[in-house]
Design a protein around this ligand. Sequence first.
Ligand code: ADP
Ligand code: MG
Length: 341
Amino acid sequence: DPQLNSNYTFENYIEGDCNRLARSAGYAVAAKPGGTSFNPLMVYGGVGLGKTHLAQAIGNEIKRTMPDKLVIYVSCEKFCQQFVDSLKNNTINDFVNFYQAMDVIIMDDVHNFAGKEKTQDIFFHIFNHLHQSGKQVILTSDKAPKDLAGLEERLLSRFKWGLSADLQIPDLETRIAILRKKMYADGIELPQEVVEYVAHNIDNNVRELEGAMVSLLAQSTLNKKDIDLSLAKQMLKNFIKNTTKEISMEYIQKLVCEYFEVPVDMVKSPTRKREIVQARQISMYLSKSHTKSSLKTIGAFFGGRDHSTVIYACQTVEDLIDTDKKFKGYVHDIQKKLKMS
Ligand code: ADP
Ligand code: MG
C-alpha cells in the first residue's frame, strides 16, 4: 500500500501560472522516475496550495503506467514517528531496508525534520542510497530549501541538487477553473456569478476555496434549493471574513487599470493620453460614489489634482454614461467587480 489517495491525479490538478513549472517537472519525473535531472524534485509553497496533491499525482501516475515500481508516499512526520518506533523496537535495519528498497519515495512536508537530528541522519543515508541507485526522490516543503531552518546543512545541500519549484496562489482564472472542476466532479452546477463571487473573495489558498465550494454544494443538495448570489453571500459569511471591508481608492485604481489594461501608476501621472485620462476620470468617479473620501482627498490621491478636477471628471463620466452605451457598459462592469469585493 503506497498510501496514495487516488483522487490526487494530474487530471484533477488544474494548471495555471501558479504551478506550471512544478506541474510540468512533476509530469516529467512521473514519466521517467530517476531518469531526469529533477532528482530530488522539491515542490514548495504555503499551506493549501496543492503540494500534497501534486506529489501524490506523481506517485499515482507512476503506479498507473509502471505498476511494478515500488512507490512509497510518507509524510515526514510519520517517517519520524516510524524511526522512533524502530529505535524502541530494535528494528532499525528493517526500517532502513524498507525505504532503501523503494524505486520512488515521496516525502511530504520535510520542514518537519527541523530539530530532529537523528531522523535527519537516517534519511540522509536513505537518500544517498536511493539517489546513487538512480531512484527518484520527491519532496515537499513549506519553504524553499535555502529558507528551511533547523535542517542539517548536508541534507539541505542534497535537497538543492535537483529542481526546486514553487507553488503560488492561483490567479482568478485558475481559481474559477478549480471551482468548475469541483462542481463537475460533484455533478452540480452553480450560477456563474456565484462561482465568480467565490473565486474573487477566497484568494489565499486552494483548500479554503474548495471548502467554500463544498459547503455551497452540500447546502444546495440538502436544501434542494438553487443557490443564487445573495444566498451564496449569506452562506459564505464564515468563509469570507471581510465582507464589510471598505473599498479603497487604491483598490478602485487597481481594478480600473486592470480593466483598461493600463499601468497602475500612470493614472497618477500628468499624462493626457486619452485612455489614461479615461481611466483616471472613472477612478475618480467611482471613488466619489464608493468611498467616503472628500473631493480634495480624491484629487490629491490621483496625482495631486485639485477638487475642481474631480468635479469635472465626475461630470464627464456621468455625461458619457448617459450618451455612450459602450462607455456605460465599461463603468457597469467595473462597478460589478467592485461590489464583488
Ligand atoms: P498542501 O499540501 O500544499 O497544503 P493540498 O495538496 O492538500 O495542499 O491541496 C489542498 C486542496 O486543494 C486539495 O483538495 C487539492 O486537491 C486542491 N488543489 C490544490 N491545487 C489544485 C489545483 N491546481 N487543481 C485542483 N485542485 C487543487
Ligand atoms: Mg500537504
